[in-house]
Design a protein around this ligand. Structure first.
Ligand code: HSE
Length: 313
């Protein structure tokens, strides 16, 4: 059996406008990378983290990568005889709304499963990835973990038990994402949400969720555009993002089908009907943040159908 592996898991966009905690998709890049080495000494060691400016904990039980490795070994009943040494290369910014914690955990789970000749299905790995989200932000939501693990666009039809549905994606759909150089803590961004919603808002949101799914199935861009409306979360969380509504207006004016908050923010994503439109939209968004002197990064990507992958040494 091999003892070492390098694995990659991608950035993800959760919520995707109207689908709070139930919609997510994977991007082609960026993503986190892990180098895993099996050892004969029980226990999980995080040997090194690159790219986090020393901010993530090296204690395995406080780090989503470490927790993922422990859960995997326990499930395989190997934790008493085998250990894992992890090197984590963080390409995803922390607190960015790009699914950073899920990407690290999924890279570890996928890599370890590969080392043991894939005894577990991806659906069996998902609960571990979700559990690591609890370590990161106190809530075991699946809308970053599931797309990072399965790739593509996913619907979490149910949490208890998890029921993950892969949805079709039109070929020329592009995501353009802008990450302003600020951080939003997902745990705090969840606490500001009201636990109750108005019935009329629930009706609007359900209509949009159903419309969104239908639009993906029918490759109906107009319907997709009409359905990218969120009356529950955006009104509250938009306050956490500088000039959010201006940014959205610029994106829509430049041709985006829709624009909303990526996960809990501060990144903002737009869905576009072609790559040239995605570039146009990204320029419009970037210009706005340049004008107010807010540093930002742009990522343009198709929906990543593959999800995690094993990297050659
Ligand atoms: N659905 C989660 C939230 C995603 O919005 O809190 C966090 O990235």
């Amino acid at each position: 059996m091999r003892k070492r592996v390098r694995a990659f898991a991608p950035a993800t966009v959760a919520n995707v406008s109207c689908g709070f905690d139930i919609f997510g998709f994977a991007m082609e890049y960026p993503g986190d990378e892990v180098k895993l080495t099996l050892t004969n000494t029980p226990g999980i060691e995080i040997r090194r983290i690159i790219g986090d400016n020393g901010r993530l904990p090296l204690e395995a039980d406080k780090n989503t990568a470490g927790v993922a490795a422990r859960l995997f070994l326990e499930k395989m009943n190997l934790h008493k005889e085998t250990g894992v040494s992890i090197e984590l290369i963080k390409n995803l910014p922390l607190g960015s709304g790009m699914g950073s914690s899920a990407a690290s955990a999924v890279a570890v789970l996928y890599g370890l499963n590969h080392l043991f000749q894939s005894p577990l299905q991806r659906t069996e790995l998902l609960p571990f990835a979700m559990e690591t989200e609890r370590t990161a932000c106190g809530s075991a939501h699946a809308d970053n973990a599931a797309p990072a693990l399965f790739g593509g666009f996913v619907l979490i039809r149910s949490y208890f038990p998890p029921d993950i549905i892969s949805l079709p994606v039109p070929d020329d759909l592009y995501c353009c994402l802008i990450h302003p150089d600020i951080e939003v803590n997902t745990g705090s961004a969840r606490k500001i949400l009201s636990p109750q919603i108005k019935l009329t808002d629930a009706v609007t949101q359900m209509g949009n969720v159903a419309g969104f799914v239908a639009a993906l199935c029918k490759s109906d861009y107009d319907l997709l555009s009409r359905s990218m409306e969120d009356v529950l979360i955006e009104p509250v969380r938009s306050r956490l993002i500088p000039h959010y509504f201006e940014l959205k207006e610029e994106a829509l004016k430049a041709g985006a089908l829709g624009c909303n908050i990526a996960g809990s923010g501060p990144s903002v994503f737009a869905l576009c009907r072609s790559e040239p439109i995605a570039y146009q939209v990204s320029e419009a968004m970037k210009d706005l943040y340049d004008k107010i002197n807010l540093k930002s990064e742009i990522y343009i990507s198709k929906i990543n159908q593959q999800g995690p992958k094993i990297l050659e040494d």
